[in-house]
Design a binder for this molecule. Structure first.
Ligand SMILES: [Zn+2]
Length: 501
């Protein structure tokens, strides 16, 4: 029997959640549809929504209900306890932030997004730097409000991936770096495919093919859609999942893999228990886990031979002229090309994580006060030389390339690399649990993998913190060694065949 206080709490949480879905939609529209001169009104709309959302989530009545429920804990079931615990965490975070602060941050984020887009187009870091500085100032204030005054960066790591700290992330990344840098060097010294083999793929054909692929993987287009944006993303919830990609005629694999990546995010959202939306049971477990879902589909599944056994004939059928002179092996190598690039979102799987380690180390220094915002471009170039062996020719290809800081989203980048580690660890657990899994893929059958993820990951919502969920799913602590093993197996066999035994 559900107590009246618990039912009231549920209603309050659902209301706050609904408001956040409206804000998501406005933000999606801003990046997909907004006319160029309409940004100011959108900034005001977003600020108003953020205020309403904050008021709903910090409603004093929620505090009273939580106090009542916490006092009668023994009458609550296990799931209800999880909901109450998470609601307490969220409520405290919200109630500690003054509403002026929340609307100030939302206004700044919207202005900074447009400043970033313009600065990037014009390669003008000094024009954007004041926005990062303001965001950094707000972030430090936010951390202080939330009780992280002594370790502000941890505040944002913990916001993205509950329970994690910069120190834990740093340890995992250092271990990964030790294995990854030598592997990267060996691969980059091996003969590789020259880029630019795939030319003149009409956008309509690309659109149709990626629709076929993403549907086959299980994305439900009755509850979602895909559009075009500058920077691919997935937002919304399981009830209405909005993905984006972007198209270039000479890079059909870019739009395809962006779409598969976002489909992984979308499948997770669509797999969360819908009737629990707004409570911990209907919430994703953290950004690292979210990213693991996109990476697993994008990389372990869709860059594998079995996936292409099924999709290659379909790809060729849609683009017969463009693919006529390309052998299967060359196509497969194009799918798994390794080529250092200054741009994170264009990076291959092997070098991608080094892009993240670069950002993590810079953010750590920014928060510690060891690096000034104006010195970011130079620090970026230096770090890029060190880790990736190349220097961006312009800030546009360096410090200006990512949207994240314009939204004040610090501590977000590490979750990409954590996601890669988690994806690889989940992948080996899935292979062990589901014999013949890759034979399924070769027949265009992906439902066994999706079902396994649905049960073990998606339907768990936020029952577990990320590191605990990894232990639940795989029986082991999170470790970079599965990612290293996977990269060695896939890329070692392609590029280091003579030395691999
Ligand atoms: Zn992602």
């Amino acid at each position: 029997m559900i107590s009246p206080a618990y039912a009231d709490l549920g209603a309050k949480l659902r209301r706050a959640h609904l408001l956040s879905t409206v804000a998501d939609l406005l933000s999606w529209d801003e990046q997909v549809n907004l006319p160029p001169a309409s940004a100011e009104q959108r900034a005001r709309q977003m600020a108003l929504l953020a205020e309403l959302q904050h008021a709903a989530a910090s409603d004093a009545r929620i505090g009273e209900l939580l106090a009542t429920l916490e006092a009668t804990k023994t009458t609550l079931g296990a799931d209800e306890l999880i909901v109450v615990r998470q609601a307490r965490r969220d409520y405290d975070r919200m109630a500690r932030l003054p509403s002026e602060f929340v609307s100030e941050k939302a206004t700044l984020s919207s202005q900074a997004y447009h400043a970033w887009a313009q600065a990037r187009a014009q390669n003008d870091f000094p024009g954007y730097a004041p926005f990062i500085e303001k965001h950094l100032g707000l972030a430090k204030r936010e951390a202080a409000y939330l009780g992280f005054g002594d370790s502000p960066y941890d505040c944002f790591i913990d916001q993205m991936d509950p329970g994690l700290t910069a120190a834990t992330v740093g340890r995992l990344f250092d271990e990964l770096k030790q294995g990854l840098v030598p592997l990267e060097k060996k691969i980059l010294a091996a003969p590789r495919l020259s880029p630019g083999l795939l030319r003149a793929f009409p956008v309509e054909g690309q659109q149709a093919f990626l629709r076929e692929v993403t549907e086959r993987l299980g994305f439900d287009y009755q509850r979602g859609r895909i559009d075009v944006s500058l920077h691919p993303f997935c937002s919304g919830t399981g009830a209405d999942t909005r993905m984006t990609t972007r198209f270039k005629e000479d890079e059909p694999l870019d739009s395809l893999f962006s779409a598969i990546h976002e489909t992984g995010h979308g499948l997770y959202e669509q797999g969360l228990p819908l009737d629990e939306a707004g409570t911990a049971l209907g919430m994703h477990a953290g950004m690292g886990i979210h990213e693991s879902q996109s990476r697993l589909w994008e990389n372990q599944v869709a860059r594998g031979r079995a996936f292409w056994r099924y999709f290659e004939p379909r790809f060729r059928a849609r683009f017969p002229q463009q693919t006529a002179a390309i052998s299967s092996e060359v196509l497969y190598r194009a799918v798994n090309a390794v080529e250092p690039t200054p741009i994170r979102v264009d990076a291959d799987e092997v070098t991608y994580n080094l892009h993240i380690i670069l950002r993590f180390e810079l953010e750590k220094k920014l928060f510690a006060g060891d690096l000034a915002v104006r010195d970011l471009p130079a620090a970026w170039r230096e770090s890029s030389r060190e880790l990736l062996g190349l220097e961006p020719a312009t800030d546009r290809e360096g410090v200006l390339q990512d949207v994240h800081w314009s939204g004040g989203a610090f501590g977000y980048f590490p979750s990409y690399c954590l996601g890669n580690m988690i994806a690889a660890q989940f992948w080996y657990a899935a292979l062990a649990a589901l014999p013949g899994l890759e034979d399924d893929f070769a027949r265009g059958e992906f439902s066994r993998l999706l079902g396994w993820l649905r049960t073990r990951v998606h339907r768990q919502g936020r029952r577990y913190e990320p590191l605990a969920l990894v232990r639940e799913v795989t029986g082991e602590d999170l470790s970079p060694r599965y990612l290293l093993r996977y990269l060695q197996e896939r890329y070692g066999s392609l590029y280091l065949a003579s030395s691999a035994s």
